[in-house]
Structure formats: C-alpha cells, structure tokens
Design a protein around this ligand. Sequence first.
Ligand code: NDP
Length: 254
Amino acid sequence: MSRLNGKIALVTGASRGIGRAVALRLAKEGAMVAVHYGTNRDAAADVVRQIEQSGGEAFSVGQEFVTAANAAELYEGLDQVLEQRTGQRCFDILVNNAGVGLVAAIEETTENAFDQVMNTNVKATFFLIQQALPRLRDDGRIINLSSATTRISLPGVAAYSMTKGAINTLTLSLSTQLAHRGITVNALQPGFIATDMNKALLQDESGYKFGAEYSSFGRWGEPSDIADVTAFLASSDSRWITGQCIDVSGGSHL
Ligand code: NDP
C-alpha cells in the first residue's frame, strides 16, 4: 500500500504510544514522517530507525510544549530539515497527537495541573495549527486526537475531558474555514488504549478489567487501532469527510 507516496507528515508525540504507531503506519503508506518528541529523544530516534529499516523516510524533531512560543520553535527545526531534504518548507499532513492525561477529581485539581493539561492539549494544538497553515499544502490533512470522554462521562477526568471538548470545537470551527483549500480537519475519539498514559490501570487487575470491559469488543484498544484510521483520514480516500469527531473506541458504552 502506498496511498501517501510523495506526502510529508508531522506527527506530534510520536516517540511513544499512539503517535508512534501513527508515524510507523503513515511511513508504511509512503509518507516522509517528521517524528516529533517532547523529551524522549532516544525513543523518537528508535521510531526513525524502524521506519528507515523498513525502507521508509523519517527524521525526528524535538520540542517540549510549555508556552505558545514552542510552536514556532518546533517549526524552526522542521523548516531546516525540510529545506535540506526537499528544498522547501511545505508539508501535507499534521497529526496533533501529543497530549497528557490528568486523573484528578475536580476537588483535587490544582491550578497548576489544570494549566498544564490545557497548555499541552489545547494551547499547543491551537498554535501548532495556526503556524502550520502557511506551510500546509492544498488538499492537506489536519487530524486531532480527541477522546471518547467527550461523549462518555468518566469520573475523575473533568479537566482532561474539557481539553478534548475544546479540540472537538476547534476541529468543527476550522473545517469550514479551510475547505476552500481542500484541507480537511477531523478529530479521532479513542477509548481506552494500552499506552503509558494508562500505565496505572494496565498494571492493576481491576483497572485492566475496567478498561477491557469499556469496549463492546471486551478488550483494550491498541495504538494500531487508531493508527489505521489515521492513515485513512490522512489519505485522499477521506476527501469528503471534514469537521467530524470520529469515535474510535471499539464501541465503548454505546
Ligand atoms: P503517551 O503518554 O503514550 O504519549 C504521549 C506523547 O505525547 C509522547 O510522545 C510525549 O512525548 C508527547 N508529549 C506529552 N506531553 C508533551 C509536551 N508537553 N510537549 C511535547 N510533547 C509531549 O500518550 P498516548 O499515546 O496514550 O496518547 C496520545 C494522544 O491520544 C493524546 O492526545 C491523548 O490525550 C489521546 N488519547 C489517548 C487515549 C488512551 O487511552 N491512551 C484515549 C483517548 C485519547 P515525550 O515522551 O517525548 O516527552
């Protein structure tokens, strides 16, 4: 399969978890992938190595998101590599995947924790998209990682769920603005996926059972379950879909 031959993708948070699986899958489809990482440089280098060993093309770009200025800093690094490799700065696919969880009841949520989850999940995504716009080619793709917690009420994750609600609103709002360029904007809403974000649940017997029973299929989601749908959304096959928040939760709590 090579639906993405000639395309260039930036996948944020691709050093681990869902982002890693997305980077590998987009590369398998033929895209050149910018594997973004926050702090795990070695893990990102490993993803790049794996893509290259399979005959694909990738490079890593590091930037931790703390303030809005970090979006510009990421693009400075990306511009340099793209200019070296392709002679220009444009790319085709932006997957806004980097994110953090926050498990805390509203009574226990501190202002610092609230700001951190908002800054990483909402503010960074907003400014990454803002600064991607002059770089994204027509018929490009913006794919945002949201969460099924925007549909299903889950105790103890109010602030986190709010960040994903903001992502859904951003997705809808931008879709009509960018349609004249053929750029689609969609969000994916995973349920429980077996990644570091859910380490505590995965390591606990009752937590593991809770996560598995959430889905209609009675198992935890795997990063590849999300990567496969992302590859479809990144391809021209999805050209008639925009402004959608797509449930990829294995039919959780239907
Ligand atoms: P992981 O914790 O496995 O990985 C998170 C990734 O995001 C890492 O690559 C990390 O980079 C990067 N990242 C985190 N914080 C920052 C930051 N401040 N600056 C830059 N990069 C950062 O997460 P998942 O793979 O589980 O989640 C990926 C996305 O999917 C998130 O947006 C999450 O909210 C969403 N999601 C996940 C679900 C799940 O059950 N796992 C369910 C629903 C949605 P590094 O390690 O290099 O620092």
